[in-house]
Design a protein around this ligand. Sequence first.
Ligand SMILES: Cc1cc2nc3c(=O)[nH]c(=O)nc-3n(C[C@H](O)[C@H](O)[C@H](O)COP(=O)(O)OP(=O)(O)OC[C@H]3O[C@@H](n4cnc5c(N)ncnc54)[C@H](O)[C@@H]3O)c2cc1C
Length: 398
Amino acid sequence: MTSGREAPVRSGEPDEPLAIIGGGVGGLTAALALQRFGFRVTVFEQAHQLREIGAGVTITPNAMHALDFLGVGPRVVDASGPAPRYAVCDTDGRILELGPPTEEILPAFGAAYVNARRADLHAALVDAILARDPDCVRLNHRFEHLEQDAEGVDLRFGNGERIRAGAVIGCDGGASRVRSVVFGREEVAYTGQTAFRALVPASAVPAEIIATPYRLYVGRGRTLIHYEVRRGELMNLLGIVLEPNWQAEGWSIPAEPAEFLDQFADFPAPVRKLIHAVPPGSLYKWGLRDRDPLDTWTSGRVATLGDAAHPFLPFLGQGACIAIEDGLVLGRALAATPDLEQGFARYEAARKQRANGLQLASREQARHHQGVAGDRPGPGNTAAARGLFSYNPATVPI
Ligand SMILES: Cc1cc2nc3c(=O)[nH]c(=O)nc-3n(C[C@H](O)[C@H](O)[C@H](O)COP(=O)(O)OP(=O)(O)OC[C@H]3O[C@@H](n4cnc5c(N)ncnc54)[C@H](O)[C@@H]3O)c2cc1C
């Protein structure tokens, strides 16, 4: 097998691109990285529109290195502004841990730390890949099945289309169908945790929250985080509760502020005011689901990436960052080898320990935050405390 650079992966036909399944943050970063190294890629996304739901995402320096390398970092930083110093607090508002001071981030790590609106990150990546190839994204393509042989991969989509690709990168998220088809069906289990999320316009945010905009509260059976996105235009709010019974599917199930408030009635007054301030119709909830990390990420001409390989719970704030890291390292690994199989092997070897380990650490972090690990709720071992920001996917040996 040869890799897809210049003369793309050889198969029956000379010009078959690499197929990326899923246009989320991982798939788009992988697409941009592969383009950057001279590969031709096509992204197949199930949605009818390329857009991200309105919520926030923390981009720490480790992932920002990749965005900088790919040329989209400055736009994301510009849209977001630098993240203020965070504090982890208990339900009495006592500070348990402080993050690194904002002004020390760039000198210490060589890249910025921002809290981005997901849509801004997504738009920066989409614009960059379309600028390189305006035809490289196919919407309304829900991947259903694949079969591979020694020369290529046949793919089938829900809209009836069939295509042949030189290789496939499964970036289709935590319930990845690529993963199920290639590595065997395995249930995506509800974790017993339900999340509420909202974006609150700055004009409605209580002054006490504006004064300390980046806080993570830990409490028995609950966590709540708020931070500004878009340079303070909006306050991102996310609360997570233990909820044993959850039936509904989907990311955007409308929720009532009263229901959210009930769960956080013993949290500090500014937090309750912030929940009160959520505009009608803009609160959503969903059940967090989980799968074990994959022991093997690649099989022949198919690789998995991001949540498809290692679905992250949100408690370390690193799932998107790790998917971004994966995307760049995959591009570097394929560019460094003349052979696709070797490239996939180098990608997996470079990434698996970090990503799979952090997926499991993220689960454990929930238990610390919510006081179900036997201790009082606490900061656990945060991404900063673990030294995760020092990793640079643009220079790490592969
Ligand atoms: C509440 C919450 C908060 C979070 N906060 C943070 C944070 O602050 N920082 C951070 O780094 N991470 C955070 N994460 C984790 C992060 O969101 C994920 O780890 C990240 O989105 C994974 O990216 P991905 O591209 O692998 O998958 P996704 O973002 O899930 O993208 C998958 C894409 O594949 C598409 N797709 C799915 N199935 C198919 C199919 N069959 N055919 C075609 N397309 C398909 C989907 O439509 C989607 O576009 C958070 C997660 C949650 C739940």
